[in-house]
Design a protein around this ligand. Structure first.
Ligand SMILES: [Zn+2]
Length: 114
């Protein structure tokens, strides 16, 4: 399934791939020009024919209780940012945030905290 155009190369598209990391099913949203020798382990080495390295793990914001949906990734790719609900714990209390996230070439996405 194609979710949008790759923001970091000229002819790539972002597709959703089913992966399993430490026994958990997780989507890898990756550029069609990028593939890794192992996409199930913790360390990733690009294959020789990869011309791009852009990817977003669905659970990249997992520590904030956020898993990215297809819809959010689509919006991120078309608008470069999307608003999401994040949760963090402080002194045993749950705190909810509504924050914008943007594309980040290295990490997939980054949160705009201010
Ligand atoms: Zn790309």
């Amino acid at each position: 399934m194609i979710l949008g155009k790759c923001p970091f190369c000229s002819d790539g598209n972002i597709e959703a791939r089913d992966r399993e990391v430490r026994g958990k099913k997780v989507k890898l949203y990756a550029c069609t020009n990028a593939s890794w020798k192992s996409e199930d382990g913790e360390f990733y080495e690009l294959t020789k024919d990869s011309t791009c390295r852009f990817k977003i793990w669905q659970n990249t914001l997992g520590k904030y209780g956020k898993w990215l949906s297809y819809k959010e990734v689509k919006e991120l790719l078309s608008d470069e940012s999307v608003e999401v609900e994040l949760v963090s714990k402080k002194y045993g209390k749950k705190i909810n945030y509504t924050k914008w996230i943007t594309l980040n070439e290295e990490y997939g996405v980054s949160v705009i905290w201010d």
